[in-house]
Design a protein. Structure first.
Length: 221
């Protein structure tokens, strides 16, 4: 039986993303988030507008989207309640956040150079995607109370680095080997082994979804 409910948040479960960006002084920032969805080689990222990550992205036009597996959960959790913003924004201060300059050190993760963007990749993450900003959407623009709090940033992927052990073939990830870290209502989860059910959609070759952005990415220096 269904009943009416008013959950404070509607995070029913999405993969965790570690976004690396560059601060004004050239140092690297690293922030966990899970409000992301994908279309082809593009991604929409939902972020708190006052946070350091979107500010860095909008200033530089670049970032790296690092996807941790369940094996990196402890490192991701060490980044919780930390921010690269100094001073800490009032909203985050009320939630118990603290400023940390070196996020990579706090998490115990290693930074490695990217090929087409300035922010570094996270060595331990099985998937690392270099990206550039393509568009910005300001949420709640017509709401006087919520206006300016959150922003949606569209990014286009330029390079994809994937751990060889999770590939079924050079250009296809094996979903039975890839175990993304999932955030659901502020708690960490992983995927169960095996498919839940045969998929009719899975009979469509992945190559038929190939985006022109793949060819465009090859031109990125």
């Amino acid at each position: 039986m269904h009943v009416l409910s008013e959950p404070a948040i509607l995070y029913f479960g999405t993969p965790v993303v570690l976004i690396s960006t560059l601060n004004e002084d050239g140092s690297a920032n690293l922030a966990p988030m899970s409000s992301a969805f994908w279309l082809g080689w593009r991604c929409m990222l939902g972020l708190a507008a006052g946070s350091k990550t979107p500010q860095n992205m909008l200033r530089t036009g670049q970032c790296v989207l690092n996807l941790p597996s369940v094996e990196q959960v402890a490192a991701v959790d060490r980044l919780a309640l930390t921010t690269g913003s100094d001073p800490v924004p009032a909203g985050k201060l009320a939630r118990g956040y603290r400023h940390e300059k070196d996020k990579f050190a706090i998490a115990g993760l290693a930074a490695v150079p990217s090929l087409t963007v300035a922010p570094p990749r996270v060595l331990q993450c099985p998937v690392q995607m270099e990206a550039v900003v393509e568009g910005v959407h300001h949420f709640s623009a017509n709401d006087e109370i919520l206006r300016g709090r959150t922003v949606g940033i569209e990014v286009r992927i330029q390079r994809v680095h994937i751990e060889q052990s999770i590939l079924a073939e050079p250009n296809r990830v094996d979903p039975d080997k890839w175990r993304p870290l999932i955030m659901s209502f502020q708690k960490f989860y992983g995927l169960a082994d095996g498919e839940a059910h045969d998929s009719l959609l899975g009979t469509v070759p992945e190559a038929l979804y190939r985006s022109p952005d793949v060819d465009r990415a090859r031109q990125a220096a």
